[in-house]
Design a protein around this ligand. Structure first.
Ligand SMILES: NC(=O)C1=CN([C@@H]2O[C@H](COP(=O)(O)OP(=O)(O)OC[C@H]3O[C@@H](n4cnc5c(N)ncnc54)[C@H](OP(=O)(O)O)[C@@H]3O)[C@@H](O)[C@H]2O)C=CC1
Ligand SMILES: CC(=O)[C@@H](O)[C@H](O)COP(=O)(O)O
Ligand SMILES: [Mn+2]
Length: 381
């Protein structure tokens, strides 16, 4: 039986993780969950899954929830609350489905106390991949990818020798505005940006898909998860999101994982690994789809991709700053403070001013993260 702590249980990945748990009650039990501000969803989840520990974003929300649930559930809050959820002694597996680099410290603490990790929270690896992967190696902790592309790669690598991999090919839908020129991006609305063509996801990642920063973050995520150099990680636009990613081997064989766009597949795979469990879903019928399409991405159209490759290769605190600046400017876009077309130029300005620290420790990572956030705030004034 896997006993789970779920960081971000009220979000898109969190709720789908709980659906997987519900369909296999004999395999999984929920021990601890965390949400941010969505108390209604947490109330439902407490009723349905009876966790021992629940974390929320603020002290006030914790007090409100505590009054309702009494002593049968422990309620905690803030970053320390996330860490308590991630390290709960009764859990053996942590699903990191919180959004943003706030997931970093809880993931690190979970690894230190021996929890296996199902990782959806890509910002953690982008921000401090070297620290997280070194710790996982030291404590012999498996990090199972939940991100659909990385799950596809994990399945396609199938324990073949790393030296025999020629390249990883990450597929990308191209996001909400794939066929628009940069000129046409000038007047797009928040609502339009939030309409992903294939996936229903949280707001932040949906905007990242539209700028293709999501793919940029995924390049860095793949670098750390699979220990691949950046020149062996390619991106290919594939509008249908049926091929979730591929691995090309030295003999030119390409192995891919396919499926309808449904995050329950990679979530369940991470939870059930090394087994596979039944998943009730319409089967993929390629004869109904008929044809699949592929394009090379244009770096001028999607400057986030270029920035991500450059920051990944530069290393040190550059990816940390890229990620934190992106989180802040996407939040500003979603709050109506900045037009979509300007997202990348804000990030570029912050990167230009950053004095890189090579091989940063956790404290230096946190400082670089905070510095980038302040820089965006100043630029927005
Ligand atoms: N959605 C998807 O299909 C995919 C997502 N991912 C990755 O998974 C992660 C989660 O994405 P997604 O589920 O879409 O995001 P959502 O926005 O749907 O959910 C985010 C979760 O994080 C919580 N949260 C946000 N801020 C805080 C905070 N400051 N403190 C505590 N909790 C917080 C939210 O709580 P609340 O809502 O209660 O405020 C919610 O539970 C991201 O890193 C994303 O890149 C990767 C692949 C696919
Ligand atoms: C479902 C998932 O893993 C997302 O990261 C998805 O890949 C986003 O789609 P894009 O390919 O548009 O970034
Ligand atoms: Mn993805």
């Amino acid at each position: 039986m896997k006993t789970l702590s779920i960081l971000g249980s009220t979000g898109s990945i969190g709720t789908q993780t709980l659906e997987v748990v519900r369909s296999h009650p004999d395999q999984f039990r929920v021990v601890a969950i965390s949400g941010g501000t969505n108390l209604n969803r947490l109330r439902e989840q407490i009723k349905m899954f009876s966790p021992k520990l629940v974390s929320v974003k603020t002290k006030e929300l914790a007090e409100e929830l505590r009054r309702e649930v009494g002593s049968r559930v422990t309620i905690v809050y803030g970053e320390e609350g996330l860490i308590e959820v991630a390290t709960h002694p009764d859990a053996n597996f942590v699903v990191t489905a919180v959004v943003g680099s706030i997931g970093l410290r809880p993931t690190i603490e979970a690894i230190k106390v021996g929890k296996h990790i199902g990782l959806a929270n890509k910002e953690t690896l982008v921000s401090a991949g070297h620290i997280v992967m070194d710790l996982a190696k030291k404590h012999q902790i498996p990090i199972l990818p939940i991100d659909s592309e990385h799950s596809a790669i994990y399945q396609s690598l199938n324990s073949e020798k790393k030296e025999q991999v020629r390249r990883i090919i990450l597929t990308a839908s191209g996001g909400s505005f794939r066929d628009k020129t940069r000129e046409e991006l000038r007047n797009v609305s928040i609502q339009d940006a939030l309409k992903h063509p294939n996936w229903s996801m949280g707001a932040k990642i949906t905007i990242d898909s539209a700028t293709m920063m999501n793919k940029g973050l995924e390049i860095i995520e793949a670098h750390w998860l699979f220990q691949m150099p950046f020149d062996k990680i390619d991106v290919m636009i594939h509008p249908e999101s049926i091929i979730h990613s591929m691995v090309e081997y030295v003999d030119r064989a390409i192995i891919a994982q396919l499926g309808t766009p449904d995050m329950k597949v990679p979530i369940q795979y991470a939870l059930s690994y090394p087994d596979r469990f039944e998943l009730k879903q319409e089967p993929l019928d390629l004869t109904k789809i008929g044809s699949l399409h592929f394009q090379k991405p244009d770096f001028r159209r999607f400057p986030s991709l270029k920035m991500a490759y450059e920051c990944g290769k530069d290393g040190g605190t550059m990816p940390t700053v890229l990620n934190a600046a992106n989180e802040e400017i996407v939040a500003a876009f979603l709050a109506g403070k900045v037009p979509f077309i300007e997202i990348e130029s804000f990030i570029e300005k912050v990167l230009d001013q950053h004095l890189k620290i090579s091989n940063p420790n956790l404290e230096e990572i946190m400082e670089a993260d905070q510095w980038a956030r302040k820089m965006i705030a100043n630029l927005l004034k």
